[in-house]
Write a new protein. Structure first.
Length: 71
C-alpha cells in the first residue's frame, strides 16, 4: 500500500492511499546554447555552416516542435 501526503485547500496535510487521478507531468527541460554548441561540435550534427546563430535557431525550432508534441 503506497501512502502519500496531500495538502487540502485549507493547508492541512493528510495521509492517503488513493491513487493519483492525473499523475504530475515532468516539466519540459530544454537545451542551453552551450549544450547545442557541444552537440554540434561533437560531430553528431552535420555542420553545413559555421554560423552558430543558425544552429541555435535550428535547435530551437526542433525544441518548439517537440514541446508541442509533449504537452
Amino acid at each position: 500500500m503506497n501512502e502519500r501526503i496531500i495538502t487540502d485547500s485549507n493547508g492541512r496535510k493528510h495521509i492517503t492511499t488513493e491513487p493519483l487521478l492525473h499523475p504530475p507531468k515532468r516539466p519540459w527541460v530544454g537545451l542551453t546554447d552551450d549544450e547545442i554548441i557541444e552537440w554540434v561540435e561533437s560531430g553528431e550534427y552535420n555542420v553545413i555552416t559555421n554560423d552558430w546563430a543558425s544552429h541555435i535557431d535550428f535547435a530551437r525550432a526542433i525544441e518548439s516542435k517537440l514541446e508541442e508534441r509533449n504537452t
